[in-house]
Design a protein around this ligand. Structure first.
Ligand code: ADP
Length: 506
């Protein structure tokens, strides 16, 4: 047993747990126990800041998860991100039952987590084990990295057995990676497996017995929004690979051209890319939340002042307040669109479907643009042979599609007519927003539905936008199992058409 007393930092807010831990550790190797009662103080202690300038550098940190002023995971993140601290052994000591997913997300090994139970003998044993390691005595070695890292765990979804055998051979050649492949043939089996186990990446064929094409990626995403996906495509089908990446896959490989190095690089790249996407998703959610709430408060305040609710306002003041409101509304729209497009991209928009009259919805949407059209001297009209047409869809989301298309029609048209037409087409309803603007060239008609794609704004009267509106329309219509496309004649105008199923699917 080690003779050097070890320094332990216990981060624990419950006095009762502090007492029990102290008692449990008394039976152990000689140790000095220091206690802090919240996450912020733990970080100060470890960095020797504030009241803790003279604190001892701990050999072991025993960290509770449910802590005030910074939870255990946040403290852990700070430890891992600090090169001075990232070698310190951490034991997570918690009442919670942490899932594999939580462990993985926080870079923890199962053996680092001890459940609070009984006489705390498990904790004492874990501390003893670390205290006996040579690294704890001379602090030169990396205690965490001395635990061998297991190879990646990959789920291969492929119905061609020859292709699977080839992958296995490839990895056999590179056996030092110790990757573990699990193989399933059908998408349904893959979804079940993904629910049951944590995989580092999925290798996904897009022609499976029970699913074909890009929808296959969406279905995997709906199940596991963050798992990295590498799609495999046929030799003459590179286009599909590129489309797959646009639709949520992280990378693609062309069958027949897969070498060991390429395969390993692609999977590692996919994992890195998925991590980055996750960070971006969180950042957009955070920024949106931090911007949107204050913007709504500012908008409300300015509206009240402009409406004279808080006292008389002269014309000049009204004019300035009106301009400010316009800019704020635009900002709110951009932050909403950013969040919506990110949520759609990550398959996180849940539809609230019900039966409603789309003729009524369309008419009302068009009416809300009437005054704007009048300001631009544009005619605006609604056409439908039916007085009422029921669809089964998410009313708010379809209203959003109408608004985006009508908004574009007005934005990109300088003279003439804007029309909204709704037609009964048997099992589906067809809605079309037409304008008499400049039109869209044939080669641009697919790309404008992609994220952040905008045509040359100088040719479109410098109309402002972020290039998200059509992407959102496309994703929302697809989510409803509908279609959306554009017809256009240069110099004459454009027509954006989308379909929606009328009936609830069986
Ligand atoms: P935004 O309008 O914010 O730029 P969208 O995604 O709604 O983004 O549209 C993408 C691009 O498609 C626009 O920048 C514009 O170049 C083009 N576009 C969209 N609607 C029309 C239209 N009705 N007429 C001409 N061009 C259009």
């Amino acid at each position: 047993m080690s003779t050097k007393p070890i320094d332990i930092l216990l981060v624990e807010d419950s006095p009762e747990d502090v007492e029990l831990t102290t008692l449990a550790l008394q039976e152990n190797a000689p140790s000095r126990l220091n206690v802090v009662e919240n996450g912020e103080n733990a970080v100060l202690y470890l960095r020797k800041q504030g009241d803790y300038i003279h604190s001892a550098t701990p050999d072991i940190i025993i960290l509770d998860i449910n802590l005030p002023r910074k939870n255990g995971f946040e403290v852990l993140k700070e430890i891992k991100n600090d090169p001075q601290l990232d070698k310190t052994s951490v034991i997570i000591f918690t009442g919670a039952d942490l899932t594999e997913e939580v462990l993985k997300k926080n870079g923890l090994l199962r053996e680092q987590v001890i459940r609070k139970a009984g006489d705390y003998s498990d904790l004492a044993q874990a501390v003893n084990k670390i205290a006996l390691q040579p690294s704890c005595q001379n602090q030169e070695e990396d205690t965490l990295s001395s635990v061998p890292k297991p190879g990646l765990k990959i789920l291969v979804v492929e119905d061609n057995h020859d292709d699977v055998e080839l992958l296995k051979e490839i990895l056999f050649i590179k056996e030092k990676y110790e990757w573990r492949l699990q193989h399933v043939v059908r998408l349904s089996e893959a979804l079940t497996r993904l629910n049951e186990e944590v995989f580092d990446a999925v290798i996904l064929d897009l022609t499976l017995p029970d699913s074909r094409g890009l929808d296959t990626i969406k279905k995997v995403r709906e199940h596991k929004s963050k798992v990295p996906i590498v799609v495999t495509t046929g030799v003459r089908d590179e286009e599909t690979g590129i489309e797959a990446v646009r639709n949520g896959a992280q990378d693609y490989l062309i069958k027949g051209q897969i070498s060991a190095d390429l395969f390993i690089r692609s999977v590692q790249y996919a994992i890195e890319r998925a991590n980055l996407e996750h960070v971006r998703e969180e950042l957009i959610g955070y920024v949106n939340h931090e911007l949107n709430n204050p913007l709504t408060v500012i908008m409300e305040g300015i509206s009240q002042v402009a409406d004279g609710i808080l006292g008389e306002v002269n014309e000049k003041q009204k004019q300035f307040l009106g301009k400010a409101l316009l800019h704020i509304k635009r900002l709110v729209r951009i932050t909403d669109d950013l969040l919506d497009s990110t949520m759609l991209e990550f398959g996180k928009v849940a539809l609230k479907k019900d039966t409603f009259d789309i003729v009524d919805l369309g008419k009302n949407a068009l009416e809300s643009f009437r005054s704007l059209a009048a300001k631009k001297n544009l005619d605006i009209c609604f056409n439908s042979e039916q007085k009422k047409l029921d669809v089964y869809a998410d009313k708010d989301r379809i209203q959003q599609v109408f608004f985006n298309l009508l908004n574009n029609a007005l934005k990109y048209t300088e003279k003439g007519l804007i029309e909204l037409t709704i037609k009964d087409k048997g099992p589906v309803v067809e809605c079309a927003v037409s304008d008499s603007g400049n039109g869209i060239k044939e080669e641009d008609r697919v790309r404008i539905f992609r994220k952040f794609e905008r045509l040359d704004p100088s040719k479109l009267n410098n109309a402002k936008g972020a290039g998200l509106g059509l992407f959102i329309c496309h994703e929302l219509v697809k989510l409803h199992s509908g279609n959306i496309w554009v017809k256009s004649k240069m110099g004459e105008g454009s027509q954006f058409i989308f379909t929606l199923p009328k009936e609830k699917p069986l």
